[in-house]
Design a protein around this ligand. Sequence first.
Ligand code: NAD
Length: 468
Amino acid sequence: MSDYSMTIGGQAVGGGASFAVLNPATGQVTARAPECSRAELDSAMAAGQQAQAGWQADAAARRAALAALAGAVEADAAGLARLITQEQGKPLREARSEVGDAIGDLRYFAALQLEPARVGSGHPAVSVIRRPVGPVAAITPWNFPLGTVMAKVAPGLAAGCTMIVKPSPHTPLAALRLGELARGILPAGVLNVISGSNEVGEWMTSHPVPRMVSFTGSIATGKRIAAAAAPDLKRVTLELGGNDPAIVLDDVDVADVAAAVFDNAFSNCGQVCVAVKRVFVPDHLHADFTEALAERARAAKVGDGQDEDTQVGPLCNQMQFDRVRELVSDAVAAGAKVAAGGRPAGGPGYFFEPTVLSGIGDETRIVAEEQFGPAIPVLPYRDVADAVRRANGTHFGLGASVWTSDPERGAAIAPSIESGTVWVNTHQSAVPGQPFGGLKHSGIGVEGGTWGLEAFTDVQVVHVRDRA
Ligand code: NAD
């Protein structure tokens, strides 16, 4: 029996099969969530399809409903943050900030409008209109259980699309709660939230109803989704994995920059698509920088995210814990020097010591692959051209950062870096309206800002002459 219900056509659904959701800090079952059946998915799709015309027709009603939903999420913010920590593991402070960002997304998109563009002199009258694509299948990962959902739901609904949302089976609870909150606020069928296995995701991408799949997750799954969406030409937005380089220049204050890089590598236990995942440091600063980073790693308080003083929580699940352990062991076998951590931090949860590695080459798996965990390699470089070449020497292209006491020097390097975002003296930061997406295998399309809203629309041209 499930402790949570899905939201389909404005109703609570989910008396059938269920699956266990574990608390990563304990490895124990924290709740059971509904396993969506094929028939339930079909009704969610039908509900989205039926609600589409009405939702699309009234922009003012949409704006009011989204603002009301933001109020309901805000009223439940403390509970949602606890739920996120309970199912995902991150420190409560980070979970609160995730909820705050989700509320910000709703309010931002509730207020954003896409105006028709005029083309030509006015005779004939040619306008370019943005039409919602239609029902959207949204599929999300486990690292930001509410944040990745809201990054789709807020612009998708604002654009006039109805949505059928499936969060990760590791972390379905915050999204299911969002569905509950929306029940009395959005018209029935506008936001359908289901939960279930990867197979449910496959049913969604090959289903005839959605006109778009908005996906956040791994590159491997992103490729499968692009292939599954091709036969009936669904639009796709793919926000995929990263292996972000931080390039530290020779003019930095080592202690300050190591502190900032540490935060950007280890927040959410390193499970952030745009976490710093490789650090490039000039030869002569390499030893000092590695030690400064290692000092932070040794001092970080690892523990249950529910404890207010925890800095680094557990990995989210057994699979990710095993992967990080395997990549660290592989690096050690390849001759890595372990400057900090290097081992599991003791169970029963999925805790791993914050780990800093040096003495390995770019071909080592933890450098070449996305580790998505609390372990960071520090790599010496000869000159900036060498660092940029190696930063680009990958099929990833999500984010990157340059760290320097001369911001203009940093900004001048940005165009040579192949990534969707290049930060200077920060990483992961965003202001409202800033788009986000990946180059190369890190994605197709963007989320955020006007560009992210347009992604849920098709272009329609209306060309009017006074007479034939
Ligand atoms: P994942 O690809 O394993 O799963 C993501 C979602 O896809 C889950 O809901 C899953 O059930 C579903 N799914 C799995 N197989 C499917 C299939 N064949 N068809 C349809 N749906 C399917 O990813 P994950 O392990 O949950 O997430 C971690 C990855 O997500 C990392 O690579 C990380 O970098 C990436 N990520 C990217 C961003 C971004 O915005 N670029 C943000 C967060 C996470």
